[in-house]
Design a protein around this ligand. Sequence first.
Ligand code: AMP
Ligand code: MG
Length: 395
Amino acid sequence: MKSVDAHLADILATVRPLAPLELDLEQVLGATLAEDVSSPVPLPPFDNSAMDGYAVRADDLSEIPVTLPVIDDVAAGSTELRAVGPGHAVRIMTGAPLPAGADTVVPVEWTDGGTVSVRIDRRAEAGNAIRRAGEDVGAGDVVLEAGTVIRPAQLGIVAGVGRRRVKARPRPRVVIISTGAELVEPGSPLTTGQIWESNSYTLTAAVREAGAEGYRVGSVTDDPAVLLDRLDTHLVRADAIITSGGVSMGAYEPVKEALSPLGTVRFEKVAMQPGMPQGFGVLGDDQVPIFALPGNPVSSFVSFVLFVRPALDKMRGLPSGLPSSVTARAAGPLRSPSGRRSFLRGVLAPDGTVAPVHGQGSHQLAALAAANALIVVPEDVTEVAAGAAVEVIKL
Ligand code: AMP
Ligand code: MG
């Protein structure tokens, strides 16, 4: 059997970072910058008021209280500014440019709020409540480096330096297809032998959580021709494809039957539990990676965590590898098959202990839903004593 590490290594050797595109501000959330972004101007671009108040000369505040005539009113966006002469005050709003002559802003709370004249009750030092040009960013400064993922705050600074488009690797578009003649859409009634289809929902959500775009195209029956047709339809818009089911040893394994003859997808046994049968390869002229995951719900989810997620990271231009783990203490004894790496579903507690959930079958989706961690038991370990150190992957 192939090791987990060897299987992931093969996958990462095949998938490539997506080519950067010029992405509009509206499309760039979640993308990975492929250029350094710098500001063409200082930010703020001009000295401006940090508060609503009065722009004055600090020298005029030597005796407090003092009453000064208000000679102008400037709001944010004002362009015509009268200079503040000695003994004058200008009413000013947050973000408005500081008029020439003024060297301090007295917050409105320290005054009587007058509009013709203003009584100032408290002294403001020179420079008070003034935001200086360039104090956030200097002209030409790099504000985001290539390789940064655009999250909301990063999107803000892209807009804040005036860029409409940036060069970035887009979020991978991933098409998810379930296979199985027994599958019924949730919301429809079951008849004998049927179950509600869940994998495509789990996998699409996991794809989205991994920073990619998930397109759930529902399930197909166990007819390989139908699957091939469905793949053909969706290949054009996919950067990757995930299928679930139909890859084991039995009859009616549509994914294996459809893809094996192509010669570009390999079906192998990987030394892990859950998730032993795995298919991976490429499809079409564009060599779109396809992950043919096993159908058992826990198996397909664990396979996603171990193999698909790192591949998506690589496609996004991010560091990729097995998910990181932390060391915990086993709350009770654990058992694991020899020769396979186990990923037991567990609950990691705040005290650093981890307990396996009840129900470790690869079909036991409710047990998976109750877990917050995968307990990793190495291939050569069959028993773990209570209290022993174990590695866990947080979910
Ligand atoms: P397979 O890998 O197709 O042999 O499926 C293995 C097991 O997983 C069977 O019990 C299937 O009914 C179940 N299964 C397969 N696909 C799904 C799915 N999309 N949602 C829920 N269960 C599934
Ligand atoms: Mg099946």
